[in-house]
Ligand binder design. Structure first.
Ligand code: ZN
Length: 296
């Protein structure tokens, strides 16, 4: 059975890249956050999604001013999560995530992206080693549930980002959109917008249930949409994401589904790549803009 999808005509027009957001990790090796913000102005990019370490490097106050002075919007803030921890590191995990919520609010982000963590020794280094993935799943659910109360108080939506299964041990043991939505339904049954998902094509393009789960997410749960491409072969588990159009992801079909449920936020370009990090910032951003307009 082929799922019904909206016609191309229902999709948004990306030809002037007004809806482009740059995940600032895409050019993290070429300059600090202030340099990236300046580069966005040169390329007519109107939104960013910064990483916590990049914000910390220049200081939260300077980051807030730079974003505001440049008139940039945010499409998210990266990232909270890494919930599984042993008892000695539980408080660290809790406090660190609360700070992430506060920073996201200071920057004016529409959501805090959650990379939920895997086994405790990887998500909170120093934790006692474990192979108990079921307990890690439970820690993730408990951690999101506890943070959700704090985040509601700050008015900051949380976006669970399911990661490709190759990251289950070290980065995220939530690996499908279905699993992320199960968590959302249990922790936030009223679908009020406090908890949802960040859908990144790199992590979910392979999933046979993807389109059905996008329908299930609906507009209320779809808080962020990230694009890049899947290269064949992929030579590095973390740092070989492709530029849009260089790989095998059916970007237009996935965007049609996401916009088909009413998603109207920025389309965020997020590429971690040794190849693209080795090129000048302006070359990377010019390529991002050109591909965004033509293949996303
Ligand atoms: Zn992402």
């Amino acid at each position: 059975m082929r799922l019904a999808l909206p016609h191309d005509g229902a999709m948004r027009d990306l030809s002037d890249h007004a809806l482009l957001s740059l995940n600032t990790a895409t050019v993290r090796k070429q300059g600090d956050l202030l340099a990236i913000v300046e580069a966005c102005a040169r390329h007519g990019i109107r939104a960013v999604s910064p990483w916590r370490d990049q914000v910390a490097q220049v200081g939260l106050g300077r980051a807030v001013r730079a974003v505001k002075d440049a008139g940039l919007k945010l499409s998210g803030y990266c990232r909270g999560g890494m919930f599984p921890a042993d008892a000695a590191h539980a408080r660290e995990a809790r406090d660190d995530n609360r700070r992430a919520v506060d920073e996201a609010a200071a920057l004016g982000a529409p959501c805090l992206v959650l990379v939920v963590g895997g086994l405790p020794q990887f998500s909170r280094p120093g934790s006692a080693p474990s192979k108990d993935l079921s307990t890690a799943h439970a820690m993730v659910e408990d951690g999101i549930g506890a943070l959700l109360e704090y985040a509601r108080g700050a008015g900051m939506p949380l976006a669970i980002e399911p990661l490709h299964p190759m990251y289950a041990a070290d980065r995220a043991c939530v690996n499908t959109l279905a699993h992320a939505l199960d968590l959302c339904d249990r922790l936030d049954p009223d679908r009020g917008g406090a908890l949802g998902v960040a859908l990144d094509v790199y992590h979910v393009w392979w999933d046979p249930l993807l389109h059905a789960q996008i329908e299930r997410a609906g507009r209320e749960r779809m808080l962020a949409y990230h694009v890049c491409d899947w290269l064949v072969p992929t030579r590095d588990l973390l740092l070989d994401r492709g530029m849009m159009g260089d790989g095998v992801v059916d970007l237009r079909r996935i965007r049609a589904a996401v916009e088909g449920v009413g998603f109207d936020g920025f389309v965020e370009v997020e590429i971690f790549s040794k190849d693209w990090w080795a090129r000048p910032m302006d070359e990377v951003l010019a390529t991002v803009v050109e591909r965004f307009r033509t293949v996303v």
